[in-house]
Ligand binder design. Structure first.
Ligand SMILES: *[C@@H]1O[C@H](CO)[C@@H](O)[C@H](O)[C@H]1NC(C)=O
Ligand SMILES: [Cu+2]
Length: 237
C-alpha cells in the first residue's frame, strides 16, 4: 500500500488521480455528476477483493436523477482529475499522463437504480480497451480525447434500471499486488427500448484477482508487447 502510494506520487505528483464525472448520451452532455454516484475524493482502489472495487467506496445514492438512455444509444463517459478540475488548465486533467492502462465499462441490472445497494449485483462488461499493437494505452486515448470514452449501450439489453460501472486502471505501480490503481464510478441508468438479452455475468468483488495478469503487470521493463485486460470479454448482442 505504502509503496504503491509512493510510486504514484513520485511519478505523478500528489493526488494525480481521476473521476468519472459526466455521462453523455448520443453526444449530449447530461450534466456534471448528474446521475453518477460520485465519491468525494479522486483516489484509487487497490484491493480487488474489497467491496470498494464495486462503485468506489461506500457511496450512498445521493442523487435524485436518472440518466435516461435507449438500448443502442451512443454513450460517452467523461473523466476528470478531480470533481472541479474540468476547464481549469490543470495539467493533470483529465488524468496524469503517466497513469497508463485499460478502460472498461460494465452494467448490472437493478430493481431501483436510485436506492440499490452495490453489493451482490451481477455485472456484464459492455466495453473494453487495452493496449494497441503500437503500444498505446486506452488511458492515453482517453487523455488525448479530453477524458472522453465512447461506447455503445448494447441494443439487445433488457429495458429497466441499471448501474453502469465506468472503470479505468493505472498500471504504473502494478508490478506487485496491491499496486494497480483502479478508478471507477457508477452511473444510474433507466434503459428503455430494450431487448431480451440475458448476458453472462460476473460479481464485484470476484471478477478480478490480485494474480490476474492484467492486475499484476510490469508496465516499464521489459517494454510490454501485450496486455490481457482483466475480467470477462465484453457482451455482444
Ligand atoms: C424509466 O423510463 C420509462 C420510460 O420513459 C418511464 O416510464 C419510467 O418512469 C422511468 N423510470 C424512472 C424510475 O425514472
Ligand atoms: Cu494516481
Amino acid at each position: 500500500m505504502k509503496s504503491s502510494l509512493a510510486t504514484c506520487c513520485l511519478l505523478a505528483g500528489a493526488s494525480a488521480h481521476t473521476i468519472f464525472t459526466q455521462l453523455w448520451v448520443n453526444d449530449v452532455a447530461q450534466g456534471h455528476t448528474k446521475g453518477i454516484r460520485v465519491p468525494t475524493y479522486d483516489g484509487p482502489i487497490t484491493d480487488v477483493t474489497s467491496d470498494d472495487v464495486i462503485c468506489n467506496g461506500g457511496q450512498v445514492p445521493t442523487l435524485t436523477v436518472f440518466t435516461p438512455v435507449k438500448a443502442g444509444d451512443k454513450l460517452t463517459a467523461e473523466w476528470h482529475h478531480t470533481l472541479d478540475s474540468a476547464g481549469t488548465g490543470d495539467a493533470q486533467d483529465p488524468i496524469d499522463k503517466g497513469h497508463l492502462g485499460p478502460v472498461m465499462v460494465y452494467m448490472a441490472k437493478v430493481d431501483d437504480a436510485l436506492t440499490t445497494k452495490v453489493t451482490g449485483l451481477k455485472w456484464f462488461k459492455i466495453y473494453q480497451d487495452g493496449m494497441d499493437s503500437k503500444g498505446q494505452w486506452a488511458v492515453s486515448r482517453l487523455y488525448n480525447n479530453k477524458g472522453k470514452v465512447d461506447f455503445t449501450l448494447p441494443a439487445c439489453v433488457q429495458s429497466g434500471q441499471y448501474l453502469l460501472r465506468s472503470e479505468l486502471i493505472a498500471l504504473h505501480g502494478a508490478a506487485n499486488y496491491p499496486g494497480a490503481q483502479l478508478y471507477m464510478e457508477c452511473a444510474q441508468l433507466n434503459v428503455t427500448n430494450g431487448g431480451t438479452a440475458t448476458p453472462p455475468t460476473v460479481s464485484f468483488p470476484g471478477a478480478y484477482k490480485g494474480s490476474d495478469p492484467g492486475i499484476k503487470f510490469q508496465l516499464y521493463y521489459p517494454t510490454p508487447t501485450a496486455y490481457k485486460i482483466p475480467g470477462p470479454t465484453p457482451f455482444i448482442c
